[in-house]
Design a protein around this ligand. Sequence first.
Ligand code: BGC
Length: 366
Amino acid sequence: MFKLKKLVAAALAGVMMAVAAGCGGGSADNTPAAGNGGGKRVGVAMPTQSSQRWIQDGANMKEKLEALGYQVDLQYAEDDVQAQVSQIENMITNGANCLVVASIDSSALVNALAQAKANNIPVIAYDRLLMDTDSVSYYATFDNKGVGTLIGKYVEKQLGLAEGKGPYNVEFFAGSPDDNNAHFLNDGLFEVLQKYIDNGQLVVPSKQTDFDTICTLRWSQETAQRRMEDLISGYYTDGKKLDAVISPFDGISYGIAAALEGAGYQVGKNWPLITGQDAELMATKNIISGKQTMSVFKDTRNLADKCVTMVQAVLEGKEPEINDTTSYNNHKLVVPSYLCTPVAVDKNNYQKELVDSGYYKADQLK
Ligand code: BGC
C-alpha cells in the first residue's frame, strides 16, 4: 500500500512537472509559451519586504515578466547584505539568463556580479545604482536628484522662503549611506535649501546638516525614531518651536512622527511639516490625517515597465530606450539609464495622482 502511494505520488509529480514546463513558458527547448520570453529565466533580487514599495516593485516585475513568457525567480533579502549575495549566486547557479538587482548595499555585490559577467548574464540595476562594477548593462530608476529637488521646492513653497519668510527651525534626515540614491536625493534637496540655511531663514538648532551625521543606515524607521527622540530632548526642551522635519522616505517619516507623538506633539497644534518619499499607503493616510505633509510618488508600475523593456532588449540583443547617458557614473562606467519622473503629492493632489491613476483604490485610504 505504502509503495503504491509512493508510486502514485511520483507519477503525479511527473505530470505536474510536465504541466509546469508546458504552461510556464519553461519547456526544455525554450519554446515560447506565453509572450516571447521563451521561458528564459530572470532573477529579480529585491532588498526588503519591510517597506511597501519594494513589495509592489517585486510583484509588478514578476507579473509583467511572466506575462511575456519569462520564468521569474523573485527573491527578497530582508536588508541582509550577505543573504542578497547568496541569492544572486544561486540565481546564477540555477541558470539565470538575466539579473535584475535592487541592491541593499550598492557596493557589496561586486564579486557576485563579476560571476554573472563571467557567465555572460546581463545585469540590470533596478532603482538603486550598482556601484564599483563593470558588470551592469543598464539602469532603470527615477530621477533621484529630482526627488530631492521636489522635496526642497515643496518646503520652499510651503514656508514662503522665496518671499523671505522665516526664520524657521528645521531638522534634516537623509537615507542610507550605502545607497547612491540617498546621496543624489540629498544633493537635490540642499541645492534648493542650502541658501536659506546660509541666510538664516532656515535655522537648524542641532546644527546637524552634513550627510554623515543626518544619514540613516538601511533607511531604518527605528534608527530615525531614536535620532528624532535625541533631537527633541537635546534641542527642543526649552519650548523651541519645531517647524519642519525633512525626511527622505516615508518609513523614516513614521519614525519621526512616533518620536514626536512620544514627546507630546499634536497634529494641528505644534506638529511640524514632515516630508517623505514613496507615497506608501500609510503615508498617504497620514497625509490625509495631517500627520505627514507630503511625499514623493514614484509610480512603480512605470519603473517596472521600463525595466522589463530593458530585460527584453538585452535578451534579444537589442537596444532598450534610455534617456540619460551622463548622470550615473558608478566609478567604473557611466551606466546608460532610464529615469522615470517622480511627483510630489500632498492633501491637494493625492486624489488625482494616487486614486484617479488607479495606484490606490479610494477605499484603501479609509
Ligand atoms: C529608493 C526609495 C526608497 C528608499 C528606501 C531608495 O533607494 O529609491 O524610493 O524610499 O530606497 O527603501
